[in-house]
Design a protein around this ligand. Structure first.
Ligand SMILES: NC(=O)c1ccc[n+]([C@@H]2O[C@H](COP(=O)([O-])OP(=O)(O)OC[C@H]3O[C@@H](n4cnc5c(N)ncnc54)[C@H](OP(=O)(O)O)[C@@H]3O)[C@@H](O)[C@H]2O)c1
Length: 278
């Protein structure tokens, strides 16, 4: 299937929409086949700064009318109003709808657009903005194989895209990869602060911490080694790493991480249960 001929429309021109536009352009999608709607001229200015050939519109209906794939990229609390307006207006026949809004369920989307509309829910994460994201995808029953491939094409423009058999796993995905970048930032913040307290200049503390985070992540990915095996390999008995790891263990880091992820998962489920758009 050639995806380049598809007109991809984005509703909302904010951070996630721009990440998708950047990714699609990078993947070679023609700028003229990407249309973005946002009522805010300042946001559209930022969109068009990515490529002068992109289609920009102040009215959502202008994009919905022509898009083969419509990506809903507004804040979750605005989704009900935006979706109802789109559902009532002109839309291209057979249009595939992708929603990237956190906590907006396929059930809510079906309620607005109808059960026959092909709907895919996508949970991206912040590194999507540099093409290093990972997204979880869940499809409604009305989505066929060809439409899955289209959704995969759009979502993978910002990094990896993985399908979930069951939408209920989306809350766990949100807890791991959706909120996950913040956990690693927090650890980096604490390491940088502690490094300064050990006497390192702030700039050096930052460089050492950030390059170490990047190097560790790359080593895990590139060697496909289990993190535990790499940890064991770098931990000599009675050595410095062992001394630090004993502190983490005594503070029950494993239990803390488990509780934190469960809290994020529960909050995601709670948001999904709230009346749509609340
Ligand atoms: N950023 C992330 O890392 C991330 C990760 C996972 C999921 N998401 C999801 O992605 C969605 C967008 O998030 P974001 O970070 O890109 O937010 P954002 O930067 O605030 O973008 C949303 C855009 O939608 C515009 N908008 C508001 N009302 C609209 C309407 N009626 N029609 C069309 N556009 C409208 C907003 O304009 P104004 O500026 O005028 O309000 C803004 O430009 C959210 O649902 C979020 O849950 C984001």
């Amino acid at each position: 299937m050639t995806f380049e001929n598809l007109t991809i429309g984005l509703i909302g021109g904010g951070n996630m929409a721009r990440a998708l536009v950047r990714g699609l352009l990078h993947a070679g999608h023609p700028a003229g086949r990407i249309q973005v709607a946002d009522p805010d001229p300042a946001q559209l200015e930022q969109v068009v700064a990515l490529h002068a050939g992109l289609g920009i519109h102040a009215e959502n209906r202008e994009v919905a009318r022509t898009a083969d794939v419509l990506v809903l990229a507004v804040k979750p609390q605005l989704m009900a109003g935006v979706a109802q307006q789109l559902a009532a207006g002109p839309r291209r026949a057979g249009q595939l709808i992708l929603s990237v809004a956190a906590g907006i369920t396929l059930d809510s989307l079906r309620g607005w657009f109808g059960a026959a509309t092909p709907l895919v829910r996508v949970m991206p994460n912040q590194p999507a903005t540099i093409g290093a994201g990972i997204s979880g995808l869940a499809a409604s029953a009305s989505v066929g194989e060809a439409e899955r491939q289209v959704a995969q094409y759009v979502a993978s423009s910002t990094g990896q895209a993985v399908w979930l058999q069951d939408e209920s796993l989306m809350d766990a995905v949100t807890a791991v990869s959706g909120s996950g970048p913040a956990y690693f930032y927090l650890l980096m913040e604490h390491m940088e602060r502690a490094a300064v307290e050990l006497g390192l200049p702030a700039e050096l503390a930052a460089a050492l911490t950030r390059e170490t985070a990047l190097g560790a992540a790359r080593l895990v990915i590139e060697t496909k080694a289990e993190p535990g095996r790499l940890r064991a390999a770098v931990t000599s008995p009675g050595g410095t790493t062992a001394a630090a790891l004993r502190v983490f263990e005594a503070a029950k880091l494993d239990a803390i991480v488990r509780q934190a992820l469960a809290a994020a998962r529960d909050r995601s489920a709670e948001l999904g249960r709230a009346p749509a758009g609340k």
